[in-house]
Ligand binder design. Structure first.
Ligand SMILES: *Cc1c(COP(=O)(O)O)cnc(C)c1O
Length: 454
């Protein structure tokens, strides 16, 4: 399998290039040259079988098949649900796909666990070492720590703003005692952490000591790792006698999860429709409504992992909707980067609307949805999941609807209590974190201080 860039369109890389570098050299995002079709076995409902086939197809001959099998086995072993991603029926029409049974109780585990194992395998093949940086205000850093801990060829450096991440998420990172993980508490804010990672990636002396890269949501391997559960979900509905292809409602930030659903559809999974549910950070919903994709200031919400101004994986959908026109995709996103907004054009807008819908849900409605879901089903959901459930209520389809549950409610206990006046059920992975020793290096928000800590 070869990979092309959304901005140049030439096959130029294999899976490991895409895995280790993340972004294509021309600033575009990697896309597979073709969409492989899933076999009937890969649609028979067993997560591991599906994941192995999906990842083998995308890896092509860049990685040995047994490395992929080991990566999938490691992921499955770290989940507390036999189905890995179980489906819960909420009503005749509505189901919930639970993606939070992994080691950090959030859906990023699914992609990050696979990407980490495959990164280690690729580096073993080439004999290289890699330093990976991640700037985080919570979720992605936690998932990366649990995915990369103990790897011998990857050193993970996590920069979080000191005293500005939730205590639970801090402990999930800092209680890791693996020698290849360095937690830096930066005396500054999240923007400082991001700036420092950019400076580190550009620092020539550091680059001379070995490969450096960052954990990011545009990595193709991470996207690919989110495709299998759509096939598992579709099978779960079929096996319960539900007829018709479901409409998937996806809590959306960077549009990675939703684009994986689009890709699953292209690979033969019955996907009846795709709806990106966003909070009041609604650049995507406004683009689909007005035809103007415009950046706006980020607004803090309860569904913090979706507080994204410009969803990075939207570029992949635009690439497909233009019929893989790299020139046009480049123009759209270069204009957006330069001007802060871009008009999509009527033809492109019509084709985007045919592929995906979007619904924006405000804070009050999210809180109300958490109460309604509890009252109607007895289930306490996290705020991200509530955004999807509220969006699902608005759909006027008679067919089955599948909302994705992206985090365990215990991770967002405060929002749950504020909205429902109830405590969330405990999550086993969060138990016993309090009182465990923490390991953390405090640094000033300066490049020299971070380099000294390294
Ligand atoms: C990252 C995240 C999302 C958004 O996923 P994208 O792929 O960025 O759209 C939704 N919910 C939770 C809990 C997340 O951590």
């Amino acid at each position: 399998m070869r990979y092309l860039s959304t901005r140049s369109g030439h096959p130029e890389a294999d899976f490991t290039d895409a895995l280790l570098s993340g972004l294509a050299p021309d600033g575009g995002l990697y896309m597979p040259e073709t969409w492989p079709a899933l076999s009937p076995e890969a649609q028979s409902g067993e997560y591991a079988v599906t994941a192995r086939e999906v990842m083998r197809a995308f890896a092509g001959d860049a990685l040995p098949a047994d490395a992929i099998d080991r990566a999938v086995s490691r992921l499955v072993a770290g989940f507390d649900a036999i189905e890995v991603t179980p489906v819960v029926r909420l009503s005749e029409r509505l189901s919930l796909l639970e993606l939070h049974h992994g080691p950090t109780a959030a859906f990023k585990d699914l992609a990050m666990q696979l990407a980490a194992s495959l990164t280690e395998a690729a580096l073993t093949g080439s004999g290289e070492q890699l330093t990976l940086f991640v700037a985080t205000s919570g979720g992605p850093g936690v998932a990366a720590v649990r995915a990369f801990e103990g790897m011998s060829r990857v050193r993970l450096v996590v920069l979080h703003p000191l005293d500005r991440v939730s205590p639970v998420q801090r402990r999930q990172m800092t209680t890791c005692m693996a020698d290849n993980v360095l937690n830096l508490g930066v005396a500054g804010d999240f923007d400082d952490c991001q700036r420092l990672v950019k400076q580190l990636l550009a620092h020539a002396p550091l680059r001379q000591t070995g490969r450096v890269s960052s954990v990011n949501s545009i990595n193709w391997a991470r996207l690919a790792g989110q495709i299998p559960y759509y096939a598992v979900a579709a099978h779960a509905l079929r096996s319960r006698g539900v007829t018709g292809a479901a409409t998937y409602v996806v809590p959306t930030g960077n549009f990675g999860d939703a684009f994986a659903g689009w890709a699953a559809g292209r690979m033969g999974v019955p996907v009846g429709g795709l709806v990106a549910a966003v909070n009041r950070n609604d650049a995507l919903a406004r683009a689909l409504e007005t035809g103007v994709y415009a950046r706006a200031a980020a607004q803090p919400t309860m569904s913090v992992s979706m507080d994204v101004q410009a969803p990075s994986n939207f570029e992949r959908l635009v690439f497909e909707a233009t019929g893989r026109d790299a020139e046009r995709t480049r123009t759209v996103f270069e204009t957006f980067a330069r001007e802060g907004e871009v008009r999509l054009g009527d033809d492109l807008l019509a084709r985007l609307r045919a592929e995906v819908g979007a619904q924006s849900v405000g804070e009050a409605e999210t809180a109300q949805e958490m109460r309604r879901t509890l009252a109607e089903t007895g289930l306490i959901v996290c705020p991200h999941t509530a955004v999807a459930l509220a969006a699902a209520r608005r759909l006027d389809t008679t067919g089955p609807v599948m909302a994705l549950a992206t985090a365990h409610p215990a991770k967002f206990a405060e929002a749950v209590r504020d909205s429902t006046h109830r405590d969330p059920p405990p999550a086993w992975v969060l138990e016993g974190l309090t009182g465990k020793p923490e390991r953390l290096t405090r640094v000033q928000p300066k490049l020299a201080a971070v380099l000294a800590a390294l």
